[in-house]
Design a protein around this ligand. Structure first.
Ligand code: MN
Length: 451
């Protein structure tokens, strides 16, 4: 090992001396923010300084002396489990659903006995010295009671005492929201393993969350309206030669400018070959004239998120080939929408879209029919989670919100099209919630010609 190191060092030294022998051309400094994509690296990474990292490994090895070092890489965050947005705090969905209160470290206690319901909100006591850092916090007092509509607001200091007293009264099974997001919550863990009759609250809450009430629908409408403005801004900003991140910035700037709390999920801006990668989210490629751009981006507002995808030509004009694929995706989506009504299932809508695509492919996708290139599901529920909770076998009911998002991804042609809209199930059928984002090729070209 040691001798190899010496050889490498000597070789590096010789190289350096040789380089000093002739005047090195001074390359023009690249503009700030420029970088060199390395297509073979995952996520089209930036070039690795292999000498530096090797030196670090050697230094580490020298420190260790003797032993084994095992270092795991990070894991991709899971949209079902982790909140991948950009704020330090986001309320837990079960707590928000039951309180709409964005307060940290609070607890909600419901004591249900037949018709009687006792509701207690526990809030951390206020600490003026902490509030110099955090700003004003809601404390356990009459203000909190007024703002939350919960009459009994106590300090979290009394939670254990209150809980013990309640459970000793033989109040029945204890329901806790047990899922990955709460698995590290020490109090829940102690309760769950304390030998009581503990049940998971989540299946009950999840089935409730499937059907949105009026307030939830109003929040979703707002998030979706903001998202439509973001998509329009992205189309208006796009020019051939622009980097994907510049388009992403235009979309997300419009989100924020229009009051979004954050993005609902990492924005996807994939141009050319990246338009065929479903969850491409690094936005690092420079677009080229003739590219299609898939923008899958949704704003979150008031804890509820949109999920909208538009595909447009970066130069503002679809080629006839792009238009043909696009119109097939669009028509498949419309076919699914036409069957969206109470009683239908997501599986049925998925089948409708696929069958429409198969029947209308002609020779567009070569020997295959185009549904062979529709490689993901048509729909998911939408709400506080972008892939919202609830059993996918549930027949649609008025008040449910789902996405319809067919796509065709032709990697050989670097041609991907996805169109995704958010749809509210109504008593009579369904309503497009994201109709304010231009969708037909005519609407998109008309918007982009005015840039
Ligand atoms: Mn989606």
């Amino acid at each position: 090992m040691r001798s190899t190191t010496i050889v490498v060092c000597v070789a590096a030294l010789v190289g350096r001396v040789a380089a000093q022998g002739r005047p090195a051309p001074v390359p023009a400094a690249p503009p700030i923010g420029a970088w060199t994509p390395v297509p073979e690296l995952p996520g089209m990474g930036r070039a690795i300084d292999t000498a530096s990292v090797a030196a670090r490994r050697r230094t580490l090895a020298a420190h260790v002396g003797r032993g084994v070092v095992l270092v795991p890489a990070a894991h991709e965050r899971e949209i079902e489990r982790d909140y991948v947005q950009d704020n330090d705090f986001r309320q837990s969905n079960p707590f928000f659903y039951l309180t709409e209160l964005e307060a940290q470290d609070a607890w909600l206690l419901l004591v249900v006995g037949g018709d009687a319901l006792e509701t207690v909100l526990f809030l951390p006591p206020r600490t003026p010295s902490r509030e110099r850092w955090t700003g004003l916090r809601l404390g356990p007092d009459s203000t909190a009671a007024r703002l939350t509509g919960i009459a009994r607001v106590l300090s979290t200091d009394s939670l254990d005492h209150e809980l013990r007293a309640t459970l000793q009264q033989g109040a029945g099974p204890l329901y806790l929201p047990l899922d990955q997001t709460t698995r590290d919550e020490a109090r829940l863990r102690d309760l769950a393993f304390g030998g009581r009759d503990v049940r998971n609250l989540r299946p009950i809450l999840d089935s409730m969350r499937l059907v949105k009430d009026a307030d939830e629908i109003a929040r979703l409408r707002k998030a979706i309206d903001i998202s439509a403005l973001g998509h329009v801004a992205g189309m208006q900003a796009a020019r051939p030669g622009m980097w994907e991140y510049e388009i992403e910035a235009a979309v997300e700037a419009a989100f924020r400018r229009n009051g979004a709390d954050r993005v609902g999920y990492p924005s996807i801006v994939g141009s050319g070959p990246n338009s065929t990668t479903l969850h491409y989210d690094v936005s690092r490629r420079q677009t080229r004239d003739g590219d299609l751009v898939v923008v899958d981006a949704g704003a979150e507002w008031g804890q509820y998120t949109a999920d909208v995808t538009r595909t447009f030509p970066v130069n503002g004009k679809f080629t006839s080939r792009q238009k043909a694929i696009y119109d097939l995706v669009l028509a498949a989506q419309q076919a699914a929408f036409d069957s969206t009504r109470p009683g239908a299932t997501v599986a049925q809508l998925d089948r409708v879209a696929r069958e429409y695509m198969r029947a209308h492919s002609g020779s567009l996708c070569g020997a295959d029919t185009c549904d062979a290139y529709f490689i993901h599901g048509l729909s998911h529920w939408l709400g506080m989670d972008v892939h919202d909770v609830g059993d996918y076998r549930t027949p649609l009911k008025a008040g449910m919100v789902l996405t319809l998002e067919p796509g065709i991804y032709l990697t050989q042609e670097a041609l991907g099209v996805r169109i995704e809209d958010d749809v509210l199930v109504t008593a009579a059928g369904a309503e497009w919630l994201s109709a304010k984002a231009p969708k037909t090729t005519v609407e998109i070209e008309r918007l982009m010609v005015r840039r």
